[in-house]
Write a protein that binds this ligand. Structure first.
Ligand SMILES: *[C@@H]1O[C@H](CO)[C@@H](O)[C@H](O)[C@H]1NC(C)=O
Ligand SMILES: *[C@@H]1O[C@H](CO)[C@@H](O)[C@H](O)[C@H]1NC(C)=O
Ligand SMILES: *[C@@H]1O[C@H](CO)[C@@H](O)[C@H](O)[C@H]1NC(C)=O
Ligand SMILES: *[C@@H]1O[C@H](CO)[C@@H](O)[C@H](O)[C@H]1NC(C)=O
Ligand SMILES: *[C@@H]1O[C@H](CO)[C@@H](O)[C@H](O)[C@H]1NC(C)=O
Ligand SMILES: *[C@@H]1O[C@H](CO)[C@@H](O)[C@H](O)[C@H]1NC(C)=O
Ligand SMILES: *[C@@H]1O[C@H](CO)[C@@H](O)[C@H](O)[C@H]1NC(C)=O
Ligand SMILES: *[C@@H]1O[C@H](CO)[C@@H](O)[C@H](O)[C@H]1NC(C)=O
Ligand SMILES: *[C@@H]1O[C@H](CO)[C@@H](O)[C@H](O)[C@H]1NC(C)=O
Ligand SMILES: *[C@@H]1O[C@H](CO)[C@@H](O)[C@H](O)[C@H]1NC(C)=O
Ligand SMILES: *[C@@H]1O[C@H](CO)[C@@H](O)[C@H](O)[C@H]1NC(C)=O
Ligand SMILES: *[C@@H]1O[C@H](CO)[C@@H](O)[C@H](O)[C@H]1NC(C)=O
Length: 563
């Protein structure tokens, strides 16, 4: 929603509020007729006389929140109004001298129903910014790697609910203050301190809260949810469910080393490692005990006994790291395909340029390019501290207790091995775990392996490998800059409050690669759709859509092919 200057002097040009809920004339169809605006003076603490205006007037804009109001028409490089949103920094406690602040970007839902719920999105790392998910996965506009300009995202999670992207812990992105935590319990305490400030500022008391995220947020999300439960205060922390995709949740030897060779075998048609090398690796897989571990313990249902922990191949005890299957295979993969992307294994050269900057060594960035969130104009627009050196993944050690040169990492065990994830599942019976099958950094079978060693709601693991089809609805609207696959996209299963799903063509950043699956997942998490087998259209597809398919492909004549 566009916020006109006048609101701050007590005048509210409500017509802009109304216009924002109509399709923007520049988005899809330049010939759309825009209705004559309704104009009415806003008087503080008085409702609008026109019922339409009153319905649209934001419940979120108040004396307390106006300092965070983002001008939706003034987002650098974005030539349309992105709507109503709030961004800025809030402290992690109410202490007078608190210097540590987390950064947020909050979008009220564009759905006309008022949903008393908030969904939090977190990226991982550790140390990576959740704004990367905003810009390349589930935000209201996306700017994907290799593309020239941002586009409106028809699969924005803001269509469904009130969304907040949060940069955390202290030390990441635009956050302020010195990191001084060492583990997930301290991280979660920082987070709940911040979230209380947010609920107070935005009067979101009693709202349901869902925590979602990806990758290393496989640690963050369950630990934060567990802290929400532990706080015993549903006025602030009314936890209703969690979702994590491509998460690290358990033993990293199991989640990465053990499953990587079968993963490469499965995909070798496109990876193209030679037979001699594959044979050597198969032998190595057996020598390291990985073949036997899979054969014995990767079963559905699992064995009752706890799964043994294999030695860390990076352990100091041994000179060689022969059992580091991950790096052995990775170094061969980049010989065959020098642009091999372990977050999305079907990629080939060239490296697409990312607005988020480089994260891994070997990433390419053209000369004279700027990182979007490092730009002064972007920082000003979002109420960040201008001049903050924004990095997609922080070079500071967020678990280093203030010492950036310390090698200390997160001292917490995975939430799947110490009861944390179990408590969250049992409290909500609404936990969704997903996985992109083209993700090699945390392969699907590794995540399932970790779940098979976990007990929740009275039994251990899943009794069956996921085998029900995941359906993503067809979406009738064509936005060439932001497309999503439809129809059958993967497999799912659910047992005792835990749902697991896959997306065959998704890489690590699942909602970015398969936005339709990500969107449907959120509909399920929020209780609007029962499960992934439902073939009904998206709940937000109103009007005369019949579910027949994408207007675009199916109604188009086949063009003559150019070679
Ligand atoms: C928002 O940005 C637009 C475009 O820069 C500008 O015309 C408008 O005055 C701004 N509104 C406010 C409230 O600053
Ligand atoms: C609006 O109402 C609130 C709460 O009732 C009150 O604190 C505030 O002073 C009122 N503002 C104006 C401008 O009347
Ligand atoms: C971090 O520093 C703050 C402020 O000095 C202090 O209150 C807090 O206890 C510290 N936290 C940890 C986990 O050391
Ligand atoms: C929440 O309740 C549990 C059980 O009643 C109690 O053990 C715990 O200390 C309480 N936590 C807080 C923060 O009050
Ligand atoms: C994952 O495990 C299943 C069940 O054992 C197996 O059929 C499949 O090939 C595995 N996939 C990969 C990519 O390793
Ligand atoms: C399996 O779970 C037990 C706890 O139930 C844990 O001690 C053990 O480390 C886990 N094994 C693996 C490989 O994660
Ligand atoms: C070191 O190597 C020996 C022999 O291969 C093996 O038994 C042991 O588990 C290894 N230790 C570690 C920490 O990798
Ligand atoms: C087979 O792959 C390995 C690992 O990448 C490589 O060292 C070897 O040279 C390859 N062999 C041939 C004939 O390309
Ligand atoms: C980000 O901006 C800072 C100045 O604010 C600059 O020092 C730094 O090099 C920039 N980072 C990148 C990756 O361009
Ligand atoms: C969660 O589901 C289990 C069955 O799997 C049930 O026994 C339990 O009561 C449910 N818990 C809640 C909080 O609904
Ligand atoms: C999300 O909302 C936009 C704007 O109303 C709409 O164009 C789009 O079709 C919606 N997407 C879905 C999946 O419903
Ligand atoms: C598909 O479209 C046709 C014609 O537009 C309509 O009659 C039919 O009901 C639609 N089918 C479904 C399953 O929505």
């Amino acid at each position: 929603m566009k916020l006109s200057l006048s609101i701050f002097s007590g005048l509210f040009c409500a017509s802009t509020a109304l216009a924002a809920t109509k399709p923007h004339p520049y988005l899809f169809n330049k010939r759309v007729q825009v209705k004559e605006p309704l104009v009415e003076r806003y008087v503080p603490n008085q409702s609008f006389k026109h019922p339409e205006l009153e319905k649209r007037a934001s419940r979120w804009l108040t004396e307390k929140t106006k300092e965070f109001a983002v001008n939706g028409s003034a987002i650098p490089e974005v030539p349309w109004d992105i709507g109503e949103s709030y961004a800025g920094l809030l402290p992690i406690s109410d202490a007078e001298d608190e210097t540590r602040k987390l950064f947020f970007w909050f979008f009220p839902s564009t759905d006309s129903d008022l949903h008393e719920e908030i969904v939090i999105w977190l990226n991982g790392g550790p140390g990576c910014s959740s704004l990367s998910g905003f810009l390349t996965e589930n935000g209201p506009f996306t700017w994907m790697a290799g593309t020239a300009a941002p586009v409106q995202n028809p699969y924005s999670w803001t269509n469904l609910t009130n969304m907040i992207w949060i940069e955390q812990p202290v030390g990441v992105g635009y956050t302020q203050g010195t990191p001084n935590i060492t583990d997930e319990v301290e991280l979660a305490q920082e987070f709940i301190g911040f979230y209380k400030q947010f609920v107070d500022a935005f009067d979101a008391h009693g709202y349901k809260v869902y925590v979602t995220g990806e990758s290393y947020a496989g640690y963050y999300v369950p630990y934060i949810a567990d802290a929400f439960i532990g706080a015993n205060d549903t006025n602030y922390y009314n936890l209703a469910g969690i979702s994590i995709n491509d998460p690290i949740i358990g033993d990293s030897v199991v989640q990465q080393q053990v499953v990587i060779f079968p993963f490469v075998e499965y995909w070798n048609n496109i990876l193209y490692l030679n037979d001699t090398f594959m044979e050597q690796m198969r032998k190595r897989q057996a020598e390291c005990g990985y073949t036997e571990l899979i054969d014995t313990y990767f079963t559905f249902p699992p064995k009752e006994e706890p799964f043994p922990v294999l030695p860390d191949p990076f352990g100091y005890e041994n000179e060689t790291i022969i059992c580091d299957m991950f790096d052995n295979l990775y170094s061969a993969l980049i010989e065959v395909n020098p642009c091999f992307n372990l977050y999305h294994i079907s990629e080939t050269c060239p490296h697409p340029f990312s607005q988020l900057g480089i994260i891994n060594s070997g990433d390419y960035t053209p000369p004279n390019t700027q990182v979007y969130f490092n730009r002064t104009d972007v920082q000003e627009a979002l109420h960040a501290v201008v001049g903050t050196n924004w990095e997609q993944c922080s070079s500071r050690n967020v678990f280093g207790n203030g010492n950036d040169s310390s090698y200390a990492g997160d001292a917490s065990p995975g939430p799947a091995v110490n009861g944390v994830l179990q408590r969250v599942i049992e409290y909500t019976n609404n936990t969704i775990v997903g996985s992109g099958n083209l993700d090699m950094i945390l392969p699907t079978n590794g995540t399932l392996f970790a779940l098979q060693n976990m007990t929740w709601n009275g039994a251990k693991g899943l009794s069956e490998y996921p085998n029900l089809p995941v359906y993503a609805p067809y979406h009738p609207e064509y936005n060439g800059g932001s497309l999503a696959g439809s129809g059958y996209q993967g497999y799912w299963t659910a047992e005792r409050g835990l749902m697991f799903y896959t997306a065959q063509l998704a890489g690590h950043e699942l909602p970015g690669y398969t936005p339709g699956v990500g969107y449907r997942m959120l509909e399920i998490l929020l209780g609007r759709v029962a499960n992934f087998s439902v073939e009904a259209p998206f709940t937000t597809q109103k009007g005369d859509f019949t579910g027949n398919g994408t207007i675009y492909r199916r109604s188009m004549q086949l063009p003559s092919m150019a070679f």
